[in-house]
Design a protein around this ligand. Structure first.
Ligand SMILES: *[C@@H]1O[C@H](CO)[C@@H](O)[C@H](O)[C@H]1NC(C)=O
Ligand SMILES: *[C@@H]1O[C@H](CO)[C@@H](O)[C@H](O)[C@H]1NC(C)=O
Ligand SMILES: *[C@@H]1O[C@H](CO)[C@@H](O)[C@H](O)[C@H]1NC(C)=O
Length: 251
Protein backbone atom coordinates (compact mmCIF):
# COMPACT_ATOMS: atom_id res chain seq x y z
CA UNK A 1 0.00 0.00 0.00
CA UNK A 2 2.65 2.46 1.04
CA UNK A 3 4.71 1.40 -1.97
CA UNK A 4 1.79 2.00 -4.31
CA UNK A 5 1.33 5.50 -2.92
CA UNK A 6 5.04 6.16 -3.29
CA UNK A 7 5.07 5.01 -6.88
CA UNK A 8 1.93 6.96 -7.72
CA UNK A 9 3.57 10.01 -6.28
CA UNK A 10 6.72 9.47 -8.29
CA UNK A 11 4.71 9.26 -11.48
CA UNK A 12 2.72 12.33 -10.56
CA UNK A 13 5.88 14.24 -9.85
CA UNK A 14 6.86 14.05 -13.48
CA UNK A 15 4.05 16.47 -14.25
CA UNK A 16 3.71 18.35 -10.98
CA UNK A 17 6.26 20.49 -9.25
CA UNK A 18 7.25 19.60 -5.74
CA UNK A 19 5.75 21.87 -3.14
CA UNK A 20 8.30 23.56 -0.93
CA UNK A 21 7.92 21.08 1.89
CA UNK A 22 8.01 17.98 -0.30
CA UNK A 23 11.47 16.66 -0.93
CA UNK A 24 12.96 13.47 -2.25
CA UNK A 25 15.84 11.84 -0.43
CA UNK A 26 17.96 9.08 -1.88
CA UNK A 27 18.03 5.70 -0.22
CA UNK A 28 21.34 4.02 -1.04
CA UNK A 29 22.33 0.49 -0.11
CA UNK A 30 25.98 -0.25 -0.68
CA UNK A 31 27.22 -3.72 -1.60
CA UNK A 32 30.68 -5.16 -1.83
CA UNK A 33 29.87 -7.26 -4.91
CA UNK A 34 28.71 -6.46 -8.44
CA UNK A 35 25.53 -8.50 -8.06
CA UNK A 36 24.36 -6.49 -5.03
CA UNK A 37 24.09 -9.52 -2.78
CA UNK A 38 26.42 -8.78 0.13
CA UNK A 39 25.28 -5.52 1.72
CA UNK A 40 27.92 -3.30 3.32
CA UNK A 41 25.87 -0.38 4.62
CA UNK A 42 22.85 1.72 3.80
CA UNK A 43 22.27 5.45 4.00
CA UNK A 44 19.78 8.14 3.22
CA UNK A 45 21.30 10.99 1.24
CA UNK A 46 20.25 14.54 0.61
CA UNK A 47 19.71 15.32 -3.08
CA UNK A 48 22.69 17.47 -4.16
CA UNK A 49 24.41 17.18 -0.76
CA UNK A 50 28.21 17.33 -0.79
CA UNK A 51 29.25 14.23 1.14
CA UNK A 52 32.76 13.40 2.24
CA UNK A 53 33.96 10.36 0.37
CA UNK A 54 34.49 7.82 3.11
CA UNK A 55 34.81 4.96 0.63
CA UNK A 56 38.05 5.83 -1.11
CA UNK A 57 41.04 8.11 -0.66
CA UNK A 58 41.18 8.84 -4.37
CA UNK A 59 38.57 11.58 -4.16
CA UNK A 60 37.37 13.84 -1.35
CA UNK A 61 33.66 14.16 -1.99
CA UNK A 62 30.71 12.80 -3.92
CA UNK A 63 27.25 13.99 -4.70
CA UNK A 64 24.06 12.47 -6.07
CA UNK A 65 21.54 14.57 -7.97
CA UNK A 66 18.08 13.35 -8.80
CA UNK A 67 17.60 14.05 -12.50
CA UNK A 68 14.61 12.06 -13.68
CA UNK A 69 11.28 10.98 -12.33
CA UNK A 70 9.57 9.36 -15.27
CA UNK A 71 9.42 5.57 -14.93
CA UNK A 72 12.67 4.73 -13.14
CA UNK A 73 14.39 7.40 -11.08
CA UNK A 74 17.73 8.64 -12.37
CA UNK A 75 20.59 9.99 -10.34
CA UNK A 76 23.72 11.71 -11.55
CA UNK A 77 26.74 10.64 -9.53
CA UNK A 78 29.66 13.05 -9.29
CA UNK A 79 32.98 12.70 -7.53
CA UNK A 80 35.32 15.54 -6.62
CA UNK A 81 38.85 16.23 -5.53
CA UNK A 82 37.63 19.08 -3.29
CA UNK A 83 34.43 20.43 -1.75
CA UNK A 84 32.32 19.63 -4.83
CA UNK A 85 33.92 22.14 -7.20
CA UNK A 86 36.44 20.12 -9.24
CA UNK A 87 35.19 16.88 -10.75
CA UNK A 88 37.50 13.90 -10.65
CA UNK A 89 35.72 11.87 -13.31
CA UNK A 90 32.79 12.52 -15.65
CA UNK A 91 29.41 12.17 -14.00
CA UNK A 92 27.62 8.87 -14.37
CA UNK A 93 23.86 8.41 -14.42
CA UNK A 94 22.57 5.63 -12.19
CA UNK A 95 19.02 4.30 -12.28
CA UNK A 96 16.84 2.98 -9.49
CA UNK A 97 16.24 -0.74 -9.22
CA UNK A 98 19.58 -1.78 -10.72
CA UNK A 99 22.87 -2.85 -9.25
CA UNK A 100 25.11 0.09 -10.12
CA UNK A 101 28.81 0.72 -9.69
CA UNK A 102 29.16 3.37 -6.98
CA UNK A 103 32.35 4.93 -5.58
CA UNK A 104 35.38 3.34 -3.98
CA UNK A 105 34.79 -0.10 -5.49
CA UNK A 106 31.32 -0.47 -3.97
CA UNK A 107 28.10 -1.21 -5.79
CA UNK A 108 24.76 0.29 -4.91
CA UNK A 109 21.05 0.04 -5.37
CA UNK A 110 19.17 3.32 -5.15
CA UNK A 111 15.64 4.52 -4.74
CA UNK A 112 13.94 7.80 -3.85
CA UNK A 113 11.97 8.38 -0.71
CA UNK A 114 9.51 11.20 -0.16
CA UNK A 115 10.15 13.49 2.80
CA UNK A 116 7.01 15.43 3.59
CA UNK A 117 4.76 16.24 6.49
CA UNK A 118 1.97 14.55 4.58
CA UNK A 119 3.86 11.35 3.76
CA UNK A 120 2.68 8.30 5.68
CA UNK A 121 4.07 4.79 5.75
CA UNK A 122 7.28 2.85 5.62
CA UNK A 123 8.50 4.28 2.35
CA UNK A 124 8.72 7.87 3.60
CA UNK A 125 12.05 9.45 4.38
CA UNK A 126 12.51 10.52 8.00
CA UNK A 127 15.76 12.32 7.36
CA UNK A 128 16.11 15.30 9.70
CA UNK A 129 17.77 18.35 8.20
CA UNK A 130 18.87 21.77 9.32
CA UNK A 131 18.44 24.83 7.19
CA UNK A 132 20.74 27.81 7.52
CA UNK A 133 19.27 30.98 6.08
CA UNK A 134 21.26 34.16 5.49
CA UNK A 135 19.50 37.51 5.33
CA UNK A 136 20.65 40.78 3.82
CA UNK A 137 18.80 42.63 6.57
CA UNK A 138 19.40 42.59 10.30
CA UNK A 139 17.09 40.63 12.61
CA UNK A 140 16.50 37.99 9.93
CA UNK A 141 13.97 40.27 8.28
CA UNK A 142 12.88 39.92 4.68
CA UNK A 143 13.50 37.01 2.39
CA UNK A 144 16.64 34.92 2.90
CA UNK A 145 19.03 35.26 -0.02
CA UNK A 146 21.11 32.16 0.67
CA UNK A 147 19.83 28.89 2.05
CA UNK A 148 21.95 25.89 2.94
CA UNK A 149 20.55 22.53 3.97
CA UNK A 150 22.50 19.87 5.86
CA UNK A 151 21.50 16.49 7.26
CA UNK A 152 21.75 16.32 11.07
CA UNK A 153 22.34 12.61 11.70
CA UNK A 154 26.06 13.30 12.11
CA UNK A 155 26.80 12.49 8.46
CA UNK A 156 30.29 13.39 7.31
CA UNK A 157 29.97 16.28 4.86
CA UNK A 158 32.70 17.92 2.79
CA UNK A 159 33.48 21.61 3.09
CA UNK A 160 36.30 23.72 1.72
CA UNK A 161 38.73 23.27 4.58
CA UNK A 162 38.04 19.70 5.59
CA UNK A 163 34.95 17.86 6.68
CA UNK A 164 32.10 18.64 9.04
CA UNK A 165 29.14 16.98 10.70
CA UNK A 166 25.86 18.31 12.10
CA UNK A 167 23.59 16.99 14.78
CA UNK A 168 20.64 18.17 16.79
CA UNK A 169 19.65 17.31 20.34
CA UNK A 170 16.43 15.36 20.98
CA UNK A 171 14.54 18.48 22.06
CA UNK A 172 15.50 20.36 18.88
CA UNK A 173 17.06 23.13 20.95
CA UNK A 174 20.56 23.25 19.50
CA UNK A 175 22.22 22.41 16.23
CA UNK A 176 25.83 21.38 16.78
CA UNK A 177 28.27 21.79 13.92
CA UNK A 178 31.68 20.17 14.22
CA UNK A 179 34.39 21.13 11.71
CA UNK A 180 37.32 18.78 11.23
CA UNK A 181 39.98 21.08 9.86
CA UNK A 182 42.08 19.72 7.02
CA UNK A 183 40.72 16.24 7.61
CA UNK A 184 39.00 14.18 4.91
CA UNK A 185 37.05 11.73 7.06
CA UNK A 186 35.56 13.61 10.04
CA UNK A 187 38.32 12.76 12.47
CA UNK A 188 41.67 14.13 13.55
CA UNK A 189 42.51 16.47 16.40
CA UNK A 190 41.88 19.85 14.78
CA UNK A 191 38.25 20.19 15.73
CA UNK A 192 36.15 23.32 15.94
CA UNK A 193 32.62 23.09 17.15
CA UNK A 194 29.70 25.49 17.21
CA UNK A 195 26.44 25.21 19.10
CA UNK A 196 23.65 27.13 17.46
CA UNK A 197 20.30 27.82 19.00
CA UNK A 198 17.49 26.60 16.74
CA UNK A 199 15.29 29.44 15.46
CA UNK A 200 17.50 32.14 16.98
CA UNK A 201 18.49 35.08 14.81
CA UNK A 202 22.26 35.64 14.89
CA UNK A 203 23.47 39.06 13.85
CA UNK A 204 26.46 39.01 11.51
CA UNK A 205 28.01 42.10 9.88
CA UNK A 206 26.63 45.48 10.95
CA UNK A 207 27.59 47.26 7.71
CA UNK A 208 27.49 44.66 4.96
CA UNK A 209 25.56 41.69 3.65
CA UNK A 210 24.75 39.22 5.11
CA UNK A 211 23.61 40.97 8.26
CA UNK A 212 21.99 38.02 9.99
CA UNK A 213 21.37 34.29 9.82
CA UNK A 214 19.27 31.64 11.43
CA UNK A 215 19.19 27.86 11.79
CA UNK A 216 16.00 25.87 11.68
CA UNK A 217 15.43 22.15 11.93
CA UNK A 218 12.96 20.05 9.99
CA UNK A 219 12.07 16.70 11.42
CA UNK A 220 9.49 14.31 10.16
CA UNK A 221 9.19 11.71 12.87
CA UNK A 222 5.86 11.11 14.53
CA UNK A 223 6.50 13.23 17.62
CA UNK A 224 8.10 16.32 16.17
CA UNK A 225 6.62 16.94 12.77
CA UNK A 226 8.10 20.07 11.28
CA UNK A 227 9.15 21.26 14.68
CA UNK A 228 11.27 24.36 14.96
CA UNK A 229 11.08 26.39 18.10
CA UNK A 230 12.70 29.55 19.32
CA UNK A 231 15.88 29.12 21.27
CA UNK A 232 17.29 31.04 24.20
CA UNK A 233 18.47 34.59 23.74
CA UNK A 234 21.99 34.27 25.09
CA UNK A 235 23.98 32.30 22.50
CA UNK A 236 26.38 34.27 20.36
CA UNK A 237 28.85 33.16 17.78
CA UNK A 238 32.05 35.13 17.65
CA UNK A 239 32.25 37.19 14.48
CA UNK A 240 35.31 35.09 13.71
CA UNK A 241 32.98 32.27 12.81
CA UNK A 242 31.43 34.19 9.96
CA UNK A 243 34.00 33.42 7.24
CA UNK A 244 33.87 29.79 8.23
CA UNK A 245 30.12 29.65 8.03
CA UNK A 246 30.17 31.46 4.74
CA UNK A 247 32.93 29.29 3.35
CA UNK A 248 30.89 26.09 3.32
CA UNK A 249 29.72 25.97 -0.22
CA UNK A 250 29.49 27.85 -3.40
CA UNK A 251 26.84 30.56 -3.23
C1 LIG B 1 42.67 6.05 3.41
O1 LIG B 1 43.99 6.27 3.88
C2 LIG B 1 44.15 5.99 5.25
C3 LIG B 1 45.54 6.43 5.66
O2 LIG B 1 46.50 6.02 4.75
C4 LIG B 1 43.88 4.49 5.49
O3 LIG B 1 44.03 4.19 6.85
C5 LIG B 1 42.44 4.19 5.08
O4 LIG B 1 42.19 2.81 5.20
C6 LIG B 1 42.21 4.61 3.63
N1 LIG B 1 40.80 4.48 3.37
C7 LIG B 1 40.31 3.92 2.29
C8 LIG B 1 38.82 3.85 2.17
O5 LIG B 1 41.01 3.46 1.39
C1 LIG C 1 21.89 24.27 24.11
O1 LIG C 1 23.08 25.01 24.09
C2 LIG C 1 23.25 25.86 25.20
C3 LIG C 1 24.49 26.70 24.97
O2 LIG C 1 25.60 25.89 24.70
C4 LIG C 1 23.33 25.03 26.49
O3 LIG C 1 23.46 25.85 27.58
C5 LIG C 1 22.06 24.19 26.59
O4 LIG C 1 22.15 23.33 27.71
C6 LIG C 1 21.82 23.38 25.32
N1 LIG C 1 20.53 22.71 25.42
C7 LIG C 1 20.36 21.43 25.09
C8 LIG C 1 18.99 20.89 25.28
O5 LIG C 1 21.25 20.73 24.65
C1 LIG D 1 41.87 25.66 7.51
O1 LIG D 1 42.58 24.67 8.23
C2 LIG D 1 43.82 25.08 8.78
C3 LIG D 1 44.40 23.95 9.57
O2 LIG D 1 44.64 22.84 8.84
C4 LIG D 1 43.65 26.28 9.69
O3 LIG D 1 44.90 26.74 10.11
C5 LIG D 1 42.89 27.38 8.98
O4 LIG D 1 42.60 28.42 9.90
C6 LIG D 1 41.59 26.85 8.41
N1 LIG D 1 40.88 27.89 7.69
C7 LIG D 1 39.61 28.18 7.94
C8 LIG D 1 39.00 29.23 7.09
O5 LIG D 1 38.95 27.61 8.79
Amino acid sequence: MAKAIGLGWLLLSSVLRLSASDTLDIDVTLYVDGNCITAYTSMLLLDDGCYANMYTNLTKAFKLKIVGFTGVSRYDLYDYTDACYSQFSPKRTLVSGKCERFVGGYYASLKSRLRSTTCVGESCSRLAVTTQRFFSEANCMGLPYMIYTYPVQNECMRWSNGTQAFRVDPTTTNVTQVDYLANDKCNGDQIRSYVMSVGYCYELYPDEVPRSFKWDVERYDATTVGQARLGGPSVFLPLLAAPVLLGHQEF
